[in-house]
Ligand binder design. Structure first.
Ligand code: DGJ
Length: 705
């Protein structure tokens, strides 16, 4: 029996798998179970009675969910051989396991397909699910889809995933699980602004701090599909996989499709519990940016100058940036070719002699002189039709038939599967990185793919593999180079890009009010230190809202902090505040980028509290953010979660880079410091000051006993 039963357990999570019906069947994924329970007892517990008007034996479906086993839901694999072999029946061939992993190879000799799936539990308690499909027979096997499913119990009632658009990424949407399929697809070549990153199913009571949650993310930046399916037979599953276009994966005999890893998080302490697992995993990687060096304060010049590149102005910006403590200066779009606006020049990665007659060195020298490193913008996957690149190689763009795809931001997509095109882009970018001292590149991707084919064949998958390869090659050639993944803001943030890029541009929306929401939900799966967060201009360029430096500063503090503002126009008072902000960030970034992110569930919706608690519970920084006026005379109390229940903490309000405006005739009693235990702070909390909308302050929390 033992070889037919696998109990994997790590990090407070268990996964139970049995193979008694000739196929691996995951029948439990949740909180850690007791070891040593007699497997026959589990098997008895999952054996269902045969039902009327159904198969004569209750089917035991297994992870491949074949139609041939009596599955009437979506099979894990859809594929065929010229219309035949579409219904496979995979019989288990080998099963191997270690303490924390198990791997199963199965085969359908008749259909000529071999599959392998492996489950591996890491330290963070995440289940990493990998699978492959191999054609082992003559002829071509046309693979249409290949997803990894995990079962969820009947206590899961809700679905939470995220949608959005340019300027408003990762908006949460919660719904009930009903019979049928709730599917979130990304069909734009990149993961996209509305990409969910992780899709959750949850118990009814689940929220940030309580309840059971099961979430799947995909280690992939191309097209993806996330789905929750409840069948009329009562089974519920959650799945994720790459979304393939027709004919995109055709396997000749001996060829294999390797699916992107599915990253599965379970927590019984709410969304923050699952979030913590994602963060723990990301931070455990050797190449995680904070394992290499602290995250420098950045200044990106986009909202300061846009395409108006003038050395004198940019040098002034660099001087003010140096003065206020910026550590990295990033020159954005407009430095190359004929790119004086977004109509032309994209794709010509040579320094423009018109705007930079002496090259970039004079600017880089000023940047270095002011104590900063230099970063540069690229968008190597794209070209304007009005470019030397396109004029020389009109055939190097993705296109179908004899037509050009509809343009987006006046641009077409470079076919990176074309060796000539790939080498051209790599060569030009490499030449710039070799000529200049460049520590960092911001790599943009400003249009969705449409009608995208490589010599007629859909190529979303290969395009994505190619950009990973290109990033890795640039890093290999330029050790220490950091890459920021940007796609009109947060259009390519996912668990695949984390392996190839070091930072995400979270959104083009620097309005702090919008950013509060975008950050709250993007940071569920991605660590704060990978999310670029900038203090933008006083008048937001995207919403025209006006905010104080303090509100913008509190918002931008919780991430990889930076500025994106014409700071040459700042008042002396604003410069003092900005200097205080960079100083505070530098003094606290070790905590902000290593601690446990905690988000309080908002009760009346007018204010949010979120924070970062040191892993040992010794200190924390929280933000209290008033979004709008409270409907109550006294807004709901400020509760601080994630602390040690029994430890004593001193809590005080700090305003190192500017205060907040309130509508009160007196002050809350504790603002200058109060000492209480963790449980009290989390349950009763502290009476809230009555803030005007769009104001915020920080709370410093220190364990004192
Ligand atoms: C879109 C990005 O999100 C912006 O930050 C900026 O880099 C522009 N592209 C430049 O074209």
């Amino acid at each position: 029996m033992t070889e037919q039963f696998f109990h994997l357990s790590r990090g407070g999570v268990s996964l139970l798998i049995e193979t008694t019906h000739g196929t691996p069947n995951v029948f439990y994924w949740g909180a850690a179970l007791r070891q040593g329970v007699d497997p026959t007892q589990y098997l008895a517990s999952i054996t269902q009675p045969a039902a009327h008007a159904h198969f004569d034996q209750a089917p035991r479906i297994g992870v491949w969910r074949e139609n041939a086993r009596g599955n009437w839901g979506r099979p894990s694999i859809l594929g065929h051989r010229d219309g035949k072999d579409w219904s496979q029946l995979f019989e288990l061939v080998t099963a191997t396991s270690t303490a924390h992993s198990a791997s199963f190879i199965s085969r359908d000799e008749f259909a000529g397909v071999e599959v392998e799936i492996s489950y591996s539990l890491n330290d963070a308690g995440l289940v990493m699910v990998d699978h492959r499909v191999t054609n082992i027979a003559d002829g071509t096997f046309f693979l249409e889809s290949s997803n990894a499913h995990l079962p969820v119990p009947d206590t899961a009632t809700d679905i939470l995933d995220f949608t959005g658009r340019w300027l408003k990424e990762r908006m949460p949407q919660r719904s009930k699980i009903n019979t049928g399929v709730w599917q979130r697809e990304s069909r734009e070549g990149r993961s996209g602004h509305d990409y969910t990153i992780v899709q959750f199913v949850m118990s009814e009571d689940a929220n940030f701090n309580r309840g059971q949650v099961w979430g799947l993310g995909l280690a992939w930046s191309g097209q993806g599909s996330h789905a929750v399916e409840r069948l009329s037979d009562g089974r519920t599953s959650i799945s994720a996989g790459e979304l393939l276009m027709p004919g995109e994966v055709t396997l000749a005999k001996g060829e294999t499709y390797q699916a992107p890893t599915v990253v599965a998080a379970f927590a019984d302490n709410g969304i923050d519990g699952a979030s913590h697992r994602f963060h723990q995993w990301l931070r455990s990687r050797k190449n995680h940016p904070t394992n290499v060096r602290p995250r420098p304060v950045s200044l990106n010049v986009w909202e300061a100058v846009y395409f108006d590149h003038r050395l004198e102005k940019l040098a002034q910006l660099a001087e003010v940036a140096g003065e206020i403590g910026v550590e990295r200066f990033v020159l954005d779009d407009g430095w190359f070719g004929a790119r004086r606006d977004d109509l032309k020049g994209l794709g010509d990665w040579t320094v423009s002699p018109d705007v930079w007659p002496n090259g970039l060195k004079p600017l880089i020298d000023v940047v270095h002189k002011n104590g900063m490193e230099f970063g540069l913008w690229f968008e190597g996957e794209m070209v304007n039709p009005d470019s030397d690149f396109y004029r020389a190689h009109p055939d190097w763009i993705l296109h179908s038939g004899n037509r050009s795809p509809v343009t987006g931001r006046f641009q077409q997509v470079v076919d990176l599967s074309h060796p000539g095109a790939y080498q051209h882009v790599l060569g030009q970018v490499d030449a710039i990185l070799s000529e200049y001292d460049i520590a960092y590149i911001k790599w943009d991707h400003n249009r969705t793919l449409a009608d995208a084919a490589h010599f007629g064949k859909a190529t979303m998958r290969n395009q994505n593999i190619a950009i990973y390869r290109l990033f890795d090659e640039l890093k290999r050639r330029h050790p220490g180079l950091e890459i920021e993944s940007c796609a009109s803001g947060g259009g390519r943030i996912d668990l695949g890009m984390v392996e190839h890029a070091d930072r995400f541009w979270t959104s083009d929306d620097n309005d702090p009010l919008e950013r509060q929401t975008i950050y709250r939900y993007t940071s569920i799966a991605i660590t704060p230190e990978m999310l670029g967060t900038h203090i933008g201009p006083t008048h937001s360029h995207t919403t025209s809202r006006v905010h104080t430096v303090a509100f913008r500063g509190v918002t931008a503090l919780f991430g990889h902090a930076g500025l994106e503002w014409d700071i040459t126009e700042t008042t002396p008072e604003e410069r003092v505040a900005l200097k205080a902000w960079t100083t505070y960030y530098k003094a606290n970034r070790d905590l902000l980028h290593s601690g446990r992110v905690t988000r309080m569930d908002s009760i009346d919706g007018n204010a949010w509290v979120h924070g970062v608690v040191a892993q040992d519970g010794s200190r924390a920084i929280f933000a209290y953010v008033a979004l709008e006026l409270s409907q109550y005379v006294h807004p709901m109390a400020i509760v601080l979660g994630g602390l040690d229940d029994n430890a004593l903490y001193n809590v005080k309000v700090v305003t190192p880079f500017g205060g907040y405006e309130e509508i009160t005739r007196g002050q809350a009693g504790w603002l200058e410091g109060v000492t209480l235990d963790g449980r009290y702070l989390q349950t009763v909390g502290l009476s809230s000051p009555i803030l005007k909308p769009e104001q915020a302050f920080l709370l410093e929390v220190t364990r004192v006993g």
